[in-house]
Ligand binder design. Sequence first.
Ligand code: SME
Length: 183
Amino acid sequence: MTNYAKIIAIFIRILNIDIWYNLTMKSILYQQCEALNDSSLPAISNISNILALLYHEMGDVNWIGFYLCNDQKQECLLGPFQGKVACTRIQYGLGVVGTCAQRQKTIVVDDVHQFPGHIACDAASQSEIVIPLKKDDQLVAILDIDSPITHRFDNSIKETLEDISLILSDLISVDNILKDWWF
Ligand code: SME
């Protein structure tokens, strides 16, 4: 975050206008992701940097990454991520990720212990959001974010992340990440 943006954010916080503070921070987060998307670089570099930014700047995030979706195999495969070692393959319909692949809709889980079949990769995770990434109406990946606190993902951060996921949808594709596993 630039110093200028930080000063504005702190000033708004001092004024105790939480709602404006949150909106400013979210818009800054989106703008930073946009700024990191450098078209002169390969997609994998931009994806890696955007994931690192979100992991470190969002706060209360212990895992963030992609699962690449293969409709033919009905399987999600671990892609680029930040955080602890995670499960490599998740069948459609299983866990939060596999359920998202099946429903192709964002799922917010306020308390992972209440989600039947939740797959615990990091015992610290308490809440989770999964967002389907589509290209030409075709599911390509799931963006998965875990938090060590419950109820981390309210409606406004959900909307911000869905906006950011549009930047990521343009970057992530089988061609950009891996071909071998696919066919
Ligand atoms: N919790 C996910 C598994 C992936 S990890 O969170 C990285 C699930 O239930 O599908």
